[in-house]
Write a protein that binds this ligand. Structure first.
Ligand code: ADP
Length: 471
C-alpha cells in the first residue's frame, strides 16, 4: 500500500515537475518574443507607414525601407518565420489590412513571368498560393483576437498554435505616431517546434530516469525495512526463548538451593549432632552462599516472569507496617556498616497494620536501599557518604524515599534504568541490572508507582508510593 502511494506521489510530482518546466520555458519564450517585437517596433516611422496606403505604393522608397527593416528583424534570428506590419482598415475598423512583410519587396514576384524573381517564404521549395506576399492595403482575412488587442500594448499569443508552417508563436507590438495613436502593429511569427521537441526530448528521458531511480530506491527501502522487521521479530523471538529458559532454570534451581539452605540450618542448630567451631564456620559460609544464590535465582525468576508478560504472584495480607519497616531498616543498617556509609532512618514511631504483599514490597525496598548504599560506597571508596531512608503514611498511601549521595545516574542512561539488564555506564562491576526491573514490577503489580531523580556525581533519590488498605 505504502509502495503504491509512494509510486503515485512520484508519478504526480514528475508530471508536475515536467509541466512546470515546460511552463517556465514557454514563459521565457514569450518574454524573448515580446522583447524582439517591442525593440523591432521602435525602429519604424509612423509617417512612413502612413505613406504606404495602396497597392501601388510598393514602388515608393518608404516601402523599400520598411520591407528592409522587416527583413532585418527576420534575419536576426533563424527561428523567425515572418515579420509583417498590419493595421485597422480605413473602411471598417473591425477589419484589418496588411502594410508589408519581410518578403514583400516585389509583391508581384511570384506572378512574374521571370521566375528568378520568385520568393518562397515558407522555404518548402514550391511556389504556390501559400507563399502569400503582402502589399499595402491587402486585407488580413482572419486576424486573431490578439491583433486587435495589440493596438493597446505589446503581447504574444497565449498559446502556441499550429498552422501550415508548423507550431508558431506570434508576438505583436504597436507602432505609434507622435500623438501616441497606433498606426500599425508589428507582428513576428517565431517557430516554436524546436523548443517543444527539445523540451520533450531532454525532459522526458530525465523524468523517466528519475522515476526509475525512485522505483529502485522505494524497492530497496521496502526490502531493507522488511529485513529489519524480520530481524526484530527474530530478536524478539530469541529474547522470549531466553526468558523461558531463564524462568525454567531459576525455577529448577529453587528446589536444590532450598534443600541446601534447610540442611545447613539443621546442621547449624545441632539437629545432626554437635559440630566443631571450624565446621560451624564452614557450614555458615555454605549457608550464606546458598542464600545469596536463592535470592539471585528468585530475582531471575521474577524478571523472567515480568518479561514473559505474566503478573507477579502478588499475595496481599495484613502486615504490621511498624515491624515490617524496622526489619528492612535493620538489615540495611548491617549493610551500611559493611559499606562504611552513614544510613539515616526516618520512620514514624507508630505505623498501622495494612494489606500489602510483604515479600515483593521487601524485595523492592531492599533493592533500593542496597543500591543506594552500593553506589554511595562506590563514590566514597574509603568510607563516608550518606543515605536517607524516609517512610511516611499519607492519604492511605505508604510513601518511601531512599536518597543517597552516590555516583548518580548519567543523563544518557536515565531513560533505560528500569529496563531488564540495563546498567548505567558509571555503575562499576557489582550488579546484575535486574533489581530495579523487578522492583518496578513488584510495586506496579500492587497498584503503586516508583520514580527517581538523579544528578550524576551528586546523588539519586527514589520515590515509592504504595496504596494501602489499613486493617
Ligand atoms: P544493579 O544490580 O546493577 O544495581 P539494578 O537494576 O538494581 O541493577 O539497577 C540498574 C542500574 O541503575 C544500576 O546498574 C545503576 O547503574 C543504576 N542505579 C540504580 N540505583 C542507583 C543509585 N542509587 N545510584 C546510582 N545508580 C543507580
Amino acid at each position: 500500500m505504502a509502495t503504491a502511494i509512494t509510486l503515485c506521489v512520484m508519478l504526480v510530482s514528475s508530471w508536475f515537475f515536467y509541466s512546470r518546466t515546460v511552463q517556465l520555458l514557454t514563459d521565457s519564450l514569450h518574454q524573448r518574443l515580446l522583447a524582439i517585437v517591442t525593440t523591432g517596433s521602435a525602429q519604424f516611422s509612423a509617417e512612413e507607414i502612413n505613406r504606404l496606403q495602396t497597392e501601388s505604393d510598393w514602388q515608393k522608397p518608404e516601402w523599400k525601407k520598411v520591407v528592409g527593416q522587416l527583413r532585418d528583424i527576420r534575419e536576426r534570428n533563424p527561428d523567425i518565420l515572418f515579420a509583417y506590419l498590419f493595421r485597422k482598415s480605413r473602411q471598417n475598423s473591425q477589419d484589418m489590412e496588411f502594410v508589408a512583410d519581410s518578403h514583400s519587396l516585389n509583391p508581384y514576384a511570384n506572378s512574374d513571368a521571370d521566375e528568378s524573381n520568385n520568393v518562397d517564404p515558407n522555404g518548402d521549395g514550391i511556389i504556390d498560393e501559400v507563399d502569400v506576399l503582402q502589399w499595402p492595403g491587402q486585407p488580413y482575412p482572419t486576424p486573431p483576437r490578439e491583433a486587435f488587442l495589440a493596438y493597446e500594448k505589446p503581447m504574444t499569443n497565449t498559446d502556441l498554435y499550429e498552422d501550415q508552417w508548423g507550431k508558431v508563436l506570434t508576438g505583436y507590438a504597436p507602432i505609434r505616431n507622435e500623438e501616441g495613436e497606433t498606426v500599425a502593429v508589428l507582428a513576428v511569427d517565431i517557430r516554436a517546434e524546436d523548443f517543444s521537441v527539445i523540451t520533450r526530448k531532454t525532459l522526458i528521458p530525465f523524468l523517466i530516469f528519475c522515476f526509475l531511480l525512485g522505483v529502485i530506491i522505494v524497492c530497496l527501502s521496502v526490502s531493507i525495512m522488511r529485513a529489519g522487521h524480520y530481524r526484530i521479530q527474530l530478536l524478539q523471538e530469541l529474547d522470549l526463548q531466553k526468558d523461558k529458559v531463564l524462568h525454567m532454570v531459576a525455577h529448577q534451581l529453587k528446589g536444590p538451593v532450598s534443600a541446601i539452605d534447610f540442611v545447613t540450618e539443621m546442621l547449624l542448630d545441632g539437629s545432626f549432632g554437635s559440630l566443631t567451631e571450624e565446621q560451624k564456620n564452614n557450614i555458615q559460609a555454605i549457608r550464606t552462599s546458598s542464600q545469596a544464590m536463592k535470592s539471585h535465582s528468585s530475582m531471575v525468576l521474577d524478571a523472567a516472569h515480568i518479561s514473559l508478560g505474566k503478573q507477579l504472584p502478588i499475595k496481599k495480607e495484613a502486615v504490621d507496617l511498624h515491624s515490617f519497616i524496622h526489619t528492612i531498616a535493620e538489615s540495611a543498617l548491617l549493610h551500611a556498616r559493611k559499606r562504611q556509609v552513614r544510613l539515616h532512618i526516618n520512620v514514624p514511631s507508630a505505623l498501622p497494620k495494612a494489606n500489602l504483599d510483604a515479600k515483593y514490597t521487601e524485595i523492592a525496598l531492599e533493592n533500593l536501599l542496597s543500591n543506594a548504599l552500593k553506589y554511595t560506597a562506590l563514590k566514597h571508596p574509603s568510607g563516608g557518604g550518606d543515605v536517607y531512608f524516609t517512610v511516611e503514611l499519607k492519604s492511605q498511601k505508604l510513601l518511601c524515599t531512599v536518597r543517597d549521595t552516590g555516583i548518580g545516574i548519567p543523563e544518557k542512561d536515565k531513560e533505560n534504568i528500569f529496563k531488564k539488564l540495563s546498567r548505567a555506564s558509571n555503575s562499576g562491576s557489582e550488579g546484575t541490572g535486574l533489581g530495579l526491573h523487578v522492583a518496578m514490577g513488584a510495586i506496579e503489580s500492587q497498584g503503586g508507582t516508583i520514580r527517581y531523580e538523579s544528578t550524576e556525581n551528586v546523588g539519586t533519590t527514589f520515590f515509592v508510593e504504595l496504596p494501602l488498605q489499613t486493617v
